[in-house]
Design a protein around this ligand. Structure first.
Ligand SMILES: [Zn+2]
Length: 384
């Protein structure tokens, strides 16, 4: 139903966290709302078993083999044309695809950009992250890290490259002394090569330290928190205005399509036109109308969510004040959870980090140098 939407619509949908409506292991499509598939309990259990198996086995091949031996098969479904598809043995490739899919932690990816999805995550972020660290370590031949506990990468999935706007991904690299360290590195650079982005590798531990420090400062500053909440409210009312405008555009388009259909139907009734070609035209208009209507529903949902966000920001400011205490006593995995809970996004540049909590990118920005963290300044930047 969604495959013939124009590409701007795809972008629009992805930005709003709606999936492309395809079949994914772990979810069932909701015919009422194909952009937000519903978790399938049995498949969710299988996926989590798969992720846990990978943590044990550490290769795609052995993970696939293990699943096949237990009798598991890929998702079985009936296509729109009525063909039965899937139900195959797991291959190394399938395992790789499923084990690196951001969809399972609630994200939607469109042309390399990652957005918060509207669907429910079904693999815990900590487990997903653990798998990614092992994959990264395998890829980099990082034997040392493979043997030890895997580095938790507290800010995984939260940092964007200020240079090219792609995600910074966990990776491992060597410093001047040849010791291996965990880093965040620009994904565009990692996948397309150095000439595509010149952002240097960011040492993971140093970055995590300054971010935690900044978050603690914010948590201890009631004035700052209350101004963030106010900004969220202002920001939300702007968005609400935008949504209301797009709602009107949608309503107008729906009315237009309806009129076209009516006109064609009248023509048919009066026998003035070629029945076959007109019927087809009507069908395609009907389909367009359905898509527009589902888009309109999405906007209405957005409006409701934006209204809710204002309330949440107020609640959130209360939990933020406890961040400092919790963080001090937390183990690495708990720290990762705390970071993921409190930070919406970080935008990295060598001189400044922008931190978004409550989804406001600019208000909590801070200069790296201001923090007097020796390890984050100037020539301490490590080369790849
Ligand atoms: Zn970049």
């Amino acid at each position: 139903m969604l495959s013939n939407l124009p590409s701007t619509t795809w972008q629009w949908r992805a930005e709003r966290g709606l999936s492309n409506g395809g079949q994914v292991l772990g979810y069932d499509l909701d015919p009422e709302n194909p952009g937000r598939p519903i978790p399938n309990a049995e498949e969710k259990a299988l996926l989590n078993f798969m992720y846990e198996t990978y943590v044990e086995e550490k290769t795609f091949q052995r993970t696939a083999k293990m699943l096949n031996e237990k009798g598991y098969r890929t998702k079985l479904y009936t296509s729109r044309r009525g063909n039965v598809q899937g139900g195959n043995k797991f291959s190394k490739m399938t395992a790789q695809r499923l084990l690196t899919n951001l969809f399972y932690v609630g994200k939607v990816v469109h042309k390399g950009e990652i957005f918060d999805g509207q669907h429910e995550p079904i693999v815990p972020l900590s487990l997903w992250g653990k798998v990614q660290s092992i994959i990264t370590a395998n890829r980099g031949g990082a034997r040392k890290f493979r043997k030890q506990n895997v580095y938790p990468f507290l800010l995984q999935g939260l940092v964007r490259c200020g240079n090219c706007n792609h995600q910074l991904s966990p990776t491992f690299g060597y410093n001047h002394q040849g010791r291996m360290y965990p880093y965040y590195a620009c994904n565009r650079q990692l996948t397309l090569g150095k000439e595509n982005c010149n952002t240097r590798y960011v040492p993971a531990q140093a970055l995590e330290k300054v971010v935690a420090k900044r978050l603690k400062q914010i948590a201890l500053d009631p004035n700052l928190i209350s101004s963030l909440v106010t900004n969220t409210s202002n920001n939300s009312s702007l968005r609400l205005q935008e949504f209301t405008e797009s709602k009107q555009v949608y309503a107008k388009n729906i009315a237009d399509v309806k009129r076209q259909i009516d006109r064609l139907v009248e023509g048919l009734a009066e026998g003035e036109v070629n029945i076959r070609s007109v019927s087809q035209k009507i069908l395609s208009l009907e389909e367009q109308k359905e898509q527009l209507e589902s888009g309109l529903q999405d906007i209405e949902r957005e409006i409701a969510q934006t209204k809710k966000k204002v309330v949440n920001a107020e609640k959130f400011s209360n939990t933020l004040t406890t961040f400092s205490d919790l963080y001090a006593d937390a183990n690495p995995n708990e720290r990762k959870e705390l970071m993921q809970l409190h930070i919406h996004q970080l935008i990295w540049t060598p001189n400044k980090i922008q931190m978004a909590i409550f989804e406001i990118p600019t208000d909590a920005s801070f200069n790296v140098n201001q923090l007097n963290e020796g390890s984050m300044v100037g020539n301490a930047w490590l080369r790849r």
